[in-house]
Design a protein around this ligand. Structure first.
Ligand code: UDP
Ligand code: MG
Length: 309
């Protein structure tokens, strides 16, 4: 499954390389091309591919919805037992596909590529990415060298249970691991972009960080929001209460006036903030229940059940 946004220079070569590998290895396959509202010749080129090869399925978006949406559509429409995602700009090498599938055959649910010799500019790509990978690994607890690599393989049962928003596609391994999936990483080839331009700049970093906050929250507290909001609220309120008591003691025992002291303001503010946090936590608890119960979403994932039949 490949997201495509204005990749006219790459489509033909991509198809040729893919076919070569897939035919050589005799994989039964479907090539799912998601056209994310391209305004160049990509649309025409892939519809020709579909005309000549029934293995090619094309999904045309009405406008540009972004890579995450494109991949989400791919997951929704893919029919294979294993889904392989890759970039449409030839930076990933289709020759690595058998490597990924071999790992899947070993029993892993998700296999992700590691671009160990990445061919991208250092300062605005590799450096931010190195830092991001460390941060994401530490915070999510799922340690991978390369979260940004699109070349990945998934078992269908994993992708069926994942819904993507924002720029979440890079966090799929972390989300999958939250479901209990077994994850492996393999070194893959990486090539410089020959045709077309990258669709992203350095500004992506900020969005990735914000999405990380969401993912961490969903992974750790999605089913118990009060535990995080309530804790913050209680710390805030009790600090405020403590300061108030301090002020009152000083006022009563030492006759220090408290009306003109900034600490009074601080104490009252902390108590208010605390109450608000606890309230947000309680509202979130209601939302969580609505979310799970209205959609019949369980809060667990069963691997298998052994029982007498
Ligand atoms: N892409 C997409 N929609 C977008 C932006 C990108 O479908 O809005 C596709 C793009 O065509 C490519 C893949 O996502 O196949 C990765 O994009 P790009 O190569 O620009 O990202 P980079 O490799 O620079 O991180
Ligand atoms: Mg690229």
């Amino acid at each position: 499954m490949i997201p495509l946004y204005n990749e006219e220079g790459n489509v033909a070569e991509l198809y040729r390389e893919l076919k070569e590998v897939l035919n050589r290895e005799k994989f039964s396959h479907e090539i799912l091309l998601v056209n994310d509202g391209s305004s160049d010749r990509t649309t025409q080129l892939i519809s020709d591919l579909h005309g000549n090869d029934p293995c090619v399925t094309v999904i045309n978006f009405r406008r540009n919805f972004g890579q995450t949406a494109a991949m989400s559509a791919g997951f929704d429409y893919a029919q294979g037992k294993v889904i392989i995602t890759m970039d449409g700009d030839l930076q990933n090498d289709p020759a690595d596909i058998p490597l990924l599938l071999a790992k899947i055959a070993e029993g892993y649910d998700v296999v992700t590529g590691w671009r160990f010799a990445r061919k991208d500019p250092f300062l605005n790509r590799k450096l931010p990415s190195m830092i991001a990978n460390k941060v994401i690994s530490t915070i999510t607890g799922v340690h991978l060298h390369d979260y940004g690599c699109t070349l990945k393989a998934f078992k269908l049962k994993i992708t069926q249970n994942i819904k993507l928003y924002g720029e979440m596609h890079r966090f799929i391994p972390a989300i999958a691991s939250g479901m209990g999936a077994a994850i492996a990483e393999v070194k893959v080839n990486h090539r410089a972009r020959k045709y077309g331009t990258s669709k992203y700049g350095i500004s992506r970093t900020v969005r990735v960080i914000l999405d990380l906050v969401t993912v961490k929250f969903l992974l750790s507290y999605a089913n118990r929001p009060l535990h995080v909001f309530g804790l913050i609220g209680m710390i805030s309120s009790s600090t405020g209460a403590f300061l108030l008591v301090l002020l009152a003691i000083q006022r009563q025992l030492y006759r220090i006036p408290m009306g003109d002291r900034p600490m009074l303001m601080m104490a009252v503010l902390l108590i208010f903030i605390g109450v608000q946090f606890v309230t947000i936590g309680l509202i979130s608890e209601i939302q969580v229940r609505t979310y799970h119960e209205s959609q019949n979403k369980p809060i667990y994932y069963v691997k298998n059940i052994l029982q007498r039949t």
